[in-house]
Write a protein that binds this ligand. Structure first.
Ligand code: GRF
Length: 216
């Protein structure tokens, strides 16, 4: 269903740290580049996250929710707490924007095909951590970022949009990450807009990602 000014797409954003992708979404909404969308809630698994400060600065509702005893995943009671809060806020699309935990079945099923993630590589290449280091070691000529649906396979769901950047001869993981991050900030709001416009139906969406610059 396409959304409009009076019936906006409610998104819930999960974060863990710096929050630059979250900030890109907030600014896109403020500057009306991202339309018919509102952030219903931001949830952080880290009380010190800079992302929470960004929310305070922009008057976006945000909470830290205790993520439980596991370090790398959201499971059990913590997972239920997250689901409950997202549902209470009427969230229709969950956006993982630098959320450093693996999400498990319960959350995935509670928001079936309505969870997306941004990953800093050209998936299916380089899922998981330390992406840029591995790209440089493999002497890749290009890298980039991918927005994809979240399923049980880490960084393995259907890909929605990608942006490419060159890998330069003197790149370090940091310089490559910075070049890719600029593209992340473009494609994540774009994909959210596609959801708000009712342009993404999971079942009919192939795994062939739209390339930034080639979207129709
Ligand atoms: C981004 O590179 C994103 O692709 C990855 O984690 C990083 C988060 O950065 N999943 P930020 O918190 O959005 O600044």
């Amino acid at each position: 269903m396409p959304y409009d000014e009076t019936n906006k797409l409610k998104i819930g954003v999960l974060v863990s740290g710096r929050g630059s992708n979250l900030e890109a979404i907030i600014k896109a909404i403020e500057e009306k580049r991202l339309k018919n969308t509102e952030i219903a809630i931001v949830i952080s698994d880290n009380p010190e996250a800079r992302a929470l400060e960004i929310c305070r600065e922009h008057n976006v509702p945000a909470e830290y929710i205790y993520p439980g005893e596991f370090k790398t995943k959201l499971e059990g009671e913590a997972e239920e707490r997250y689901i409950k809060r997202l549902k209470e806020k009427g969230v229709e699309l969950v956006v993982l924007a630098g959320f450093m935990r693996v999400v498990k079945d319960k959350l995935i099923n509670a928001f079936k095909n309505r969870i997306i993630n941004i990953h800093p590589s050209l998936l299916p290449k380089y899922p998981g951590l330390h992406t840029h280091q591995r790209v440089l070691e493999a002497k890749e000529k290009e890298s980039g970022c991918t927005v994809h649906f979240v399923n049980e396979v880490v960084d393995g769901g259907k890909r929605i949009m990608q942006a490419k950047v060159p890998v330069l001869p003197d790149d370090t993981p940091d310089t490559l990450a910075a070049r890719i991050l600029e593209k992340e900030h473009i494609i994540l709001p774009k994909v959210i807009q596609m959801f708000a416009d009712g342009k993404i139906d999971y079942d009919t969406f192939s795994d062939k990602p739209i390339l930034l610059g080639e979207e129709t």
